[in-house]
Design a protein. Sequence first.
Length: 196
Amino acid sequence: MDPLLQSLTDAYNDYFSVVHDITVNYKVLDSGLPSEHDFIASIPEPFLLAGEMGNLNMSALRALNRIGELADELANYLQQQARKIDLLLHYVLRQQDNAEHRQYTLSYGGAGLCLQSPRPLPLLAIVELKVFLAENEGAVYCLGQVISAAQQEDGWQIKVVFRRIRDQDRELIVRASLHQQSRQLKQKAAQRQLPD
């Protein structure tokens, strides 16, 4: 196996991934992998805004936890306000979802994602990704590299490892995958408790 492909495959396997379908836009780039600086400069404004909003919400809630008892009511109010802003931001981000490039994941995690595609992609191709997380948990713009393309009955199963992604966006994907796993475990537990 090609050493780069082996290294990228190892990186893909370093993180947990959850089986779940979320919307993703992908587009193969003709150019090579840009520098980190050029990548950051290319991130569409709505994705930068979404990342900044998430960071602000988390830091504000952490600060409130230090206040004490009165913080609960204030935190609840601020969470409601943040929820309103999140809904508006979700609407803005959905405008970035292009039906021409839309596919769905089979699984995703902090290292990359596996998606269903109607056509194969060349190994090591650089792809632009717009990942729209479930439950309004945000959206991420990043660049990935194809590490496998396996033919299935209904198309191609493509594995993509993230190559250019901001740290806070990787954390967002990891958090979303863990939340999804938690929801799946609760569903399984509830199903086991149902009488036959």
